[in-house]
Every structure is written in C-alpha cells, then in structure tokens.
Design a protein around this ligand. Structure first.
Ligand code: GLN
Length: 265
C-alpha cells in the first residue's frame, strides 16, 4: 500500500487489496475472513508484478482484466476503454426512452458493455454493435458469450457497414476528448487506454460530426439518437443536432451534463 501511495496512486489501500485478491484468485472478502492465510511463493510473485504494473500507471482494471458495469462484470484489455460509471446513465436513459421491443445499434462498442447491458436489461430488444477495432470486437464477443447475450458485432468505421434504414435507436459513447487536453489527463487514461476510443480532434467533436448524419441515415422517423459527451461540450453538441427534435440533456451523478438524447425528424 505504501508503495502505491508513494507512486502517487489514488486510493492505494483499495487498489492493493484488489490486486492481492487477484493474485490469490479470491474475492477481497476472503482475506478479511482468513487473516492467517500466508501467500505462496507464486502468489507473491504475481502480487509483486501487479504492484509494479500499477506503480507504472497501468489501471487496476487492465491488471485484473475486469470492470463492473451496471451490476455485471466485463472483461477488459488495453484494446478497450474501461467502462465508466457515467456511461450507466446513457444505458438508463436509452432504456427509459425506448418502445418495447426496439432495434438498437451501439456504435463503437469497445468492451460491448453498453450493447450487452441493453440486451440483457430488456430481453425484448434486438441489439447489434460496431467497432472499428478488431481487437475490441474480440473482447466484446467474449463478453457477450460469457454473459449469454445474442449480439451480432460488425467491424466497421462508425455506421459505414449499416444498410438498415429503420432502426429505433442508435447509441454511442464515442471518443470525445480533445487532443489538446491530453496533457491534462490522468496518466492511467492517457498512457494506457486506447487513443482510438478517447480522442476526437482538436475540439473533441470530430466523431460526432460524422456520427450524427450517419445515424440520421439508419434511423426511422422518430428514432432515438443517444450519445455520451464530455465536460463543457453540451452547447456545441446541441448545435450539431439542430435539425433533430426532442433534444434532452441528462447529467451524471456529479451533476455534469453527460448524455444527449434526440429524435430524428
Ligand atoms: N470518459 C472518458 C474520460 O473521461 C472518455 C471517454 C470517451 O471519450 N468516450 O477519459
């Protein structure tokens, strides 16, 4: 714990506990119940390696290969963004806004957390998903298999592979970080998470500029477009959907505007 603290790692005790639990293949609660348990040599070796990786800035989730999202565990690798609690608001807003059943496309699915959660929370929905990264799609496919969600995954740049014109919803947590903000980011994010999933040009809005017209092409009239966005982008993003109706902005738990919903006219 002192090692992690010294390396400037936030929440060092929790991180050390999670890494130790991972090294001994147990839940964190196990070693509170068994304080007498001694580590085997191989467990010390693993734990030492994990601590070292964490001190170098590698996110704990990439070390354990796991992140919880909407009450379920998802496998994560450095090929995918680590699902954030903020993104649960996107899922929640979409579930509340959709008719049953609905046909939903998740664009840039990464770990598949959004698509899989939507499919499992509302079994009547048909969900499919795209990603430009084959490595990400491999992780998403594994997650869908583990969680028993039936989701076709397509390798595509945004919506280029989609011929459909009658979808009920397009959902996305696209890259939206401004490239000029890279220096301000936590090193765990900037140095370890996939830049393809994070950065979108100098304003952070580049992907929305392609995504929004592409979504209009595949949605039916009245269809829902739901997107996550970053701090300070609400106004600029609202301007990009000026020819859509029913624009709604929802905040995250920190009160920061985070999700935009709108309908195709
Ligand atoms: N929420 C992420 C961050 O703050 C960014 C995710 C994204 O660009 N979609 O780093």
């Amino acid at each position: 714990m002192d090692l992690l603290d010294g390396a400037g790692v936030a929440d060092p005790r929790l991180q050390a506990e999670v890494l130790l639990a991972h090294a001994i293949h147990c839940e964190r609660s196990y070693f509170f119940a068994h304080p007498e348990r001694e580590l085997k040599e191989v467990e010390w070796i693993h734990y030492g390696r994990y601590l070292n990786d964490r001190m170098q800035g590698k996110p704990t989730q990439y070390i354990t290969g796991n992140q919880e999202f909407y009450g379920r565990d998802f496998r994560v690798t450095p090929a995918v963004l680590i699902p954030r609690p903020e993104t649960e608001h996107l899922v929640e807003a979409v579930l509340a806004a959709l008719p049953n059943p609905a046909r939903i496309l998740d664009v840039g699915t990464g770990s598949g957390a959004i698509a899989i959660t939507l499919a499992l929370e509302a079994a009547c929905h048909t969900v499919f998903a795209t990603d430009i990264s084959l490595k990400a799609l491999k992780v998403a496919t594994q997650n869908a298999f583990t969680r028993r969600a039936q989701i076709p995954f397509l390798n595509a740049d945004l919506l280029t592979a989609i011929a459909d014109q009658s979808l009920d919803a397009v959902v996305s947590n696209p890259p939206y970080v401004s490239s000029t903000d890279a220096d301000l980011m936590q090193r765990e994010v900037r140095d370890w998470e996939p830049h393809l999933a994070l950065f979108a040009g100098a304003t952070g809005l580049d992907i929305y500029r392609s995504l929004i017209p592409a979504a209009a092409r595949v949605l039916k009239r009245g269809g829902l477009l739901a997107m996550e966005f970053g701090f300070g982008q609400a106004e600029a993003l609202t301007a990009l959907v000026s020819d859509w109706s029913g624009v709604e902005i929802k905040p995250d738990l920190a009160g920061i505007p985070r999700v935009l919903l709108c309908r195709k006219l």
